[in-house]
Design a protein around this ligand. Structure first.
Ligand SMILES: NC(=O)C1=CN([C@@H]2O[C@H](COP(=O)(O)OP(=O)(O)OC[C@H]3O[C@@H](n4cnc5c(N)ncnc54)[C@H](O)[C@@H]3O)[C@@H](O)[C@H]2O)C=CC1
Ligand SMILES: O=C(CO)COP(=O)(O)O
Length: 320
């Protein structure tokens, strides 16, 4: 099975570098100028500087050429996933599509596997998610991720194809759990960044992470996910990483909110749109998601940090 990575941002480039250690990989960029620059420099200086592209990577901006591969990894932001699939749906027919994005679609409340199933019903959909920074994968540091696919045989084949020397994949058929863990942990990372940025300390962060995890489970279980998926790499694992490292863009957005500073709007921060999508989904499902709701208030500037903190601390006392 041949493989192509569609989307040449930080994560797509890192995955291509890792996979190129065991097989030829096509890396697609929608921007011909960017593709040419990467081909010449043998580096993605725009999104992942400092990590050379191995010879086994072919960079192209020709989507027809890239979609010749059997397995297509979609490493584009969540809110762009539907557009790229819908615009070129004939090219994706019958392929194995592995989404590498984390989030919930703002307009529909759907996760990446659901969006792929809806947009290209003839394709077989999977999800690669879990704790990993693009820089760590590109540097060949040890990493473990979750590969989710509802078809157990395909999941096993993909696990073999996409596991590399330093990137170890665990498989699950629980796509809903993997989708929601990866999406919701980014919302909690924004909250944790805000707490640290505002100087509220590590104990407050631990409280938010734990109660945030309860919130993640509440929504995921209501959507039919398995608790063990949330306890795995795609849920607890990624929550831990993203809520505690300044390499995370979601966490850094939170830090800037907590410090009252601005933030570059061109940076991909999946948790911002996802917080709004989840807040609205929670309302529809009659689920209590106070941290998510508070993050939306911070993002919309309808709450100050002081108000957000007071609001969370004043909630009725309850059993854990
Ligand atoms: N950077 C990281 O460490 C990790 C990122 N991810 C996930 O990977 C996904 C992508 O993130 P990054 O690569 O980091 O973002 P990025 O901001 O570095 O790159 C996004 C890429 O998507 C491309 N893109 C945007 N809209 C597009 C469209 N309509 N059609 C085609 N391409 C389009 C952009 O040109 C850019 O190359 C996100 O969902 C993120 O949560 C997951 C794990 C780690
Ligand atoms: O998903 C990630 C780590 O697993 C990357 O986090 P950010 O998108 O917050 O940078």
């Amino acid at each position: 099975m041949s493989v192509a990575v569609l989307g040449s941002g930080a994560f797509g480039t890192a995955l291509a570098i890792s996979l190129a250690g065991k097989q030829p990989v096509t890396l697609w960029s929608r921007n011909p100028v960017h593709a040419q620059a990467m081909t010449e420099a043998r580096e993605n200086t725009a999104r992942l500087p400092g990590y050379p592209l191995p010879e086994a990577i072919l960079v192209t901006s020709d989507l027809e050429q890239a979609t010749q591969a059997d397995t297509l990894l979609l490493a584009v932001p969540m809110q762009k996933l539907r557009a790229i699939l819908a615009e070129h749906s004939a090219l994706f027919d019958g392929h194995v599509l592995v989404a590498c994005c984390k989030g919930i679609e703002l307009t529909t409340g759907l996760g990446p596997v659901q969006v792929m199933n809806e947009t290209v019903p003839s394709a077989k959909a999977a999800l690669l998610t879990g704790p990993s920074f693009a820089q760590d994968i590109a540097a060949g540091l040890p990493t473990a991720l979750t590969l989710a696919c509802s078809d157990p045989n395909l999941c096993t084949k993909l696990q073999e194809q996409l596991t590399t020397a330093n990137l170890r994949l665990y498989r699950t058929t629980d796509t809903a759990g993997a989708e929601l863990g990866g999406a919701l942990k980014n919302v909690m990372a924004i909250a944790c960044g805000a707490v640290i940025g505002a100087g509220m300390g590590d104990s407050a962060r631990a409280a938010l992470m734990t109660r945030g995890y309860a919130e993640m489970q509440r929504m995921a279980l209501a959507c039919g996910a398995k608790p063990e998926t949330l306890a795995g790499l795609s849920g607890f694992g990624d929550l831990t990483l993203t809520c505690s490292s300044e390499l995370s863009r979601n966490y850094r957005l939170g830090l800037s909110i907590g410090r009252g500073e601005g933030f570059d709007p061109s940076v991909t921060v999946e948790g911002a749109a996802t917080a709004r999508a989840v807040d609205s989904k929670a309302r529809d499902m009659n689920l209590d998601m106070p941290i998510t709701h508070t993050v939306v208030g911070l993002l919309d500037h309808s709450l100050t940090i002081a108000q957000a903190t007071a609001q969370l601390l004043a909630r009725p006392l309850k059993e854990e």
